[in-house]
Design a protein around this ligand. Structure first.
Ligand SMILES: [Zn+2]
Length: 339
């Protein structure tokens, strides 16, 4: 009987050892310790034992029952713990895992410049006007008082579609359209793409951007032009920006001037950026030529006006200290994301 008890013990402990499920533990308890279990079956045979043997076997059976029970409880505890850990693992959110990054795009630096300029002039009551990039020779040259032999009329400088149409070389054609369609007072700016037969290099491109402005009203003077452009430059570059007005010639304005900004690097002393000048040209401007007003049906005896034009690339490069224009067109995100 002793051997049978020891065999049951060994079998029970083995089963518990190999058990991997809490439900299995319950089955083991029933198999060995239940009413119809193996240990109980042995104890039922105690009656056959002698009076001396009975208490010895009885004690042994109790010890084995206690040991099996204790081992089972421990095992169930361990399995319960494993189950909890597994569940936690399944339901866990790993807060150290980074979210999939969604990068927001933003406006190209040239578009940013156009938006800034538009906002400044809109604040002064100007309307932003768009126009077609293909226009007539009349609007791009003739009505703007361009001489017959003006170099920009030459097919080696300009992309002609046919004899009368071309890719606009300046946004001034929009000024003509507005004056033809609208009565003064007029105050507009027209930013947009223009085209010239230029080789690509650090400061040239066959496609670039301009922003022109036109104001026509009664009694406008050169003082209005100066005041407007000084205000613009200080708004755009900062209050301490100094401007210099130089006489110049344009066919569509009289008198005409070019306007320089004090070099942002040397503040007028002269450095490689400003080629030793201390100043950098940013604008062309002037009082609208009476012929241009007349060409558009506006009486120059009653009205006067001023116009100005600036290169968007030039302004952008100057402001952000970009030395090569090509960087603005290559669409390298490492470059563009800086702005
Ligand atoms: Zn300088």
């Amino acid at each position: 009987m002793k051997e049978q008890l020891l065999a049951i013990k060994e079998k029970a402990l083995d089963s518990i050892e190999n058990c991997t499920d809490i439900k299995e533990c319950d089955a083991i308890r029933i198999t060995f310790l239940g009413k119809k279990g193996q240990l109980t079956a042995i104890l039922k045979q105690m009656g056959r034992l002698s009076a001396e043997e009975r208490p010895v076997i009885g004690q042994m059976a109790n010890e084995i029952r206690t040991e099996i029970e204790k081992t089972l409880v421990e095992k169930q505890g361990r399995l319960k713990l494993v189950q909890i850990e597994k569940k936690l693992e399944e339901e866990a959110v790993d807060v150290t895992v980074s979210l999939k990054e969604h990068k927001l795009g933003k406006a190209h630096p040239l578009t940013q410049t156009i938006n800034e300029i538009s906002a400044i002039f809109a604040g002064m009551g100007y309307t932003v006007v768009d126009g077609p990039e293909i226009d007539t020779v009349a609007r791009v040259f003739d009505l703007l008082n361009a001489e017959e032999n003006h170099p920009s009329r030459d097919p080696s400088d300009t992309f002609y579609i046919d004899d009368n149409t071309l890719l606009r070389t300046q946004t001034s054609s929009v000024q003509i359209r507005v004056m033809q369609e609208q009565k003064p007072p007029i105050a507009i700016i027209s930013p947009g793409r223009v085209y010239r037969r230029d080789e690509v290099d650090a400061t040239h491109s066959p496609i670039f951007h301009q922003c022109e402005g036109l104001v026509v009203d009664k009694g406008l003077t050169f003082g209005d032009l100066k005041g407007t452009l000084i205000y613009f430059a200080k708004q755009y570059y900062g209050e301490d920006m100094e401007l210099r007005f130089r006489p110049h010639h344009f066919p569509f304005t009289e008198p005409s001037c070019e306007i320089d900004c004090q070099c942002f690097k040397c503040h007028g002393k002269g450095c490689p950026t400003c080629k030793g000048e201390g100043w950098i040209e940013i604008l062309g401007a002037g009082m609208v030529h009476p012929n241009v007003l007349r060409n558009c049906g506006i009486d120059p005896e009653i009205y006067s006006g001023f116009a100005f034009g600036m290169g968007i690339e030039r302004l952008t490069m100057f402001k952000h200290e970009i030395e090569d224009m090509r960087l603005l067109y290559e669409n390298n995100l490492r470059f563009l994301s800086q702005f």
